[in-house]
Ligand binder design. Structure first.
Ligand code: SP5
Ligand code: ZN
Length: 334
């Protein structure tokens, strides 16, 4: 299987994040990259496909904001990473925002996703890795892996959050659509619901989004991922949410994933994108499921058995010492 990663993805390294009311060490650290590389072996740098496939998902003003935010933060006299603290909640009218404090709040849904001077370059590299894996599969490979870090599934078309700036799975899905694949499915098995991916495709019928995740009644991102969210308009029936309780082990997780795979099979996709998070692992420091390292090979084999051309993009997973083994176990199933 071809494996893609761009060295620029290392550069984004926030110092800290707001966690339970205090600042703690940032969980989505570049050390995650080395843990994965050690376990999966040599990777290829992606070809640079430019900004067009990113702009096919994310509006230009949002991309401009990501490029400018750290500089505007500095110009406002601040040190350290840009962090939002005020948000235009439901119903605020569109405004011509220029102050960095206003811009960053309008383009974020949480205060846990700092924007460093390197955030754009790293996220751009992550998106290019996802695109390279997508094109490998479009060109005939059975499966390909993109070591996407920063991750992507919490980023909406025009907002960041959950350590994500650009939605790599959505960029991959849109690239596949633009290459002529009529129906694309996304299976999200990160611990957290992929609110950004769901939002981007919520009203679209040609991209199916299925997610197995911690119940948003108890877990981040709280406002998305409930079982009654099924899509809207043209997209009714092409969103499937399967929330699970704390303590979930492989049997219940595997059953939920099979439910998702059955729904995807009925949709009959030409290509599958897997948003893979290893934060479902039993020792993950920020999560509450109980999957083991060998379980990931089982889940992957169930996916591979369906026979769809498959692009795997990396999402979360914060137990750095186990992360490489968990990713390698998952990839071994293909
Ligand atoms: C891609 C992904 O898995 N994003 C997860 C974002 C979860 N954010 C909410 C939980 C915050 C936990 N903060 C842990 C800080 C450790 N120092
Ligand atoms: Zn996660």
């Amino acid at each position: 299987m071809r494996l893609f990663f761009d060295e620029a993805q290392r550069s984004h390294a926030p110092a800290r994040e707001l966690h339970n009311g205090a600042f703690t060490a940032y969980a989505e650290t570049p050390a995650r990259i080395d843990a994965i590389l050690r376990a999966i072996g040599p990777v290829e740098a992606p070809e640079d496909r430019g900004e067009a496939p990113i702009l096919a998902v994310h509006p230009a003003p949002y991309v401009t904001f990501l490029k400018d935010a750290a500089r505007l933060w500095r110009e406002a006299g601040r040190e350290g990473d840009a962090i939002p603290y005020t948000f235009p909640i439901r119903g605020r009218r569109p405004l011509d925002l220029t102050r960095i404090d206003a811009l960053i709040g309008a383009h974020s849904f949480d205060a846990t996703t700092p924007i460093t001077p390197q955030a754009w370059a790293a996220s751009y590299g992550s998106a290019q890795s996802a695109l390279a894996a997508t094109h490998a599969v479009l060109d005939g490979d059975r499966a390909a892996f993109a070591l996407c870090r920063p991750p992507g599934h919490h980023a909406g078309a025009d907002y960041c959050g959950g350590y994500c700036h650009l939605n790599t799975a959505a960029i991959a899905a849109q690239a596949a659509r633009d290459a002529g694949v009529a129906r694309v499915a996304i299976l999200d098995i990160d611990y957290h619901h992929g609110n950004g991916t769901q939002d981007i495709f919520y009203a679209r019928g040609e991209v199916f989004y299925a997610s197995v995740h911690a119940d948003p009644k108890t877990d981040y991102p709280f406002y998305w991922g409930h079982a009654d969210e099924i899509g809207e308009g043209e997209g009714i029936g092409t969103t499937l949410n399967l929330p699970l309780p704390h303590g979930t082990r492989i049997d219940a997780f595997r059953r939920a994933q099979s439910t998702a795979l059955e729904a995807i099979a009925a949709f009959d996709p030409g290509l599958l994108i897997v948003s893979f998070g290893a934060d479902t692992w039993e020792g993950d420091p920020i999560s509450h499921f109980k999957l083991t390292t060998p379980d990931y090979a089982v889940l992957a084999a169930d996916i591979a058995a369906r026979g769809w051309p498959t692009v795997i993009v990396m999402e979360g997973g914060y137990a750095v010492d186990a992360l490489g083994h968990n990713v390698a176990s998952f990839l071994s199933g293909f």
